[in-house]
Design a protein around this ligand. Sequence first.
Ligand SMILES: [Zn+2]
Length: 255
Amino acid sequence: MDCTPRSNLATYSGLFDHVRRLFAATPVARRRRYGPGRFSFNVAEGRCPTCEGEGFVMVELLFLPSVYAPCSSCQGSRYNAQTLEIEWRGKNVAQVLAMTVEEACEFFAGEENVMRSLSVLREIGVGYLRLGQPATELSGGEAQRIKLATELQRAQRGNTLYILDEPTSGLHPADADRLMRQLQGLVDAGNTVLVVEHDIRSIAQTDWVIDLGPGAGENGGRIIATGTPVEVSKAKSSRTAPYLGALFNKVVAAK
Ligand SMILES: [Zn+2]
């Protein structure tokens, strides 16, 4: 992933290519001969010339460290006024980048190509992120899930090994379950998904568990138990077992 303020959720999920094409296809854009490139803040013709599409400018202060301030020419929108005159369903491209994934799902309803990317992003639990959210502002977990979303949109060949490091960290349980369903989809397509995880609910949903321990860091690294989640929940020496066991008992009790 290109991790600079020049890349954002919309650009590296592939979503922005479709959005820019929609803007270029509007009657006004066509009359003015604006192509999809015009709606990228990385291309000179469409972006704000003052901040060169950064959205902010560096202000040098006497005796103090320089600070970044929103660009006064474009008010931080990154685009020049002519580009912002082009609207699709009443919004310009900067207003679209300010939308969250959830908001964009409503706004782009019916636009198949855009919706395909958006619904995967929503499924992996990042519906609250803005489309223009710079890559540098994302947490490790978010960046990992977005990479996964990009992967999920690709045609599945069924021969890929995915390795994920605590993909559910920071997720609400309902979103963790959605993510697990997406991962199960990859497995159903014939791929292998290997997840490093501490979340018991996620561990309980896997096909096979390798319990490493007994402690953390230097005190761990040995295989304590392997098997299906139910088998590992019965392993005597495993510290994970009682937690898994409690979860399964709760599920049985609920039924
Ligand atoms: Zn500017």
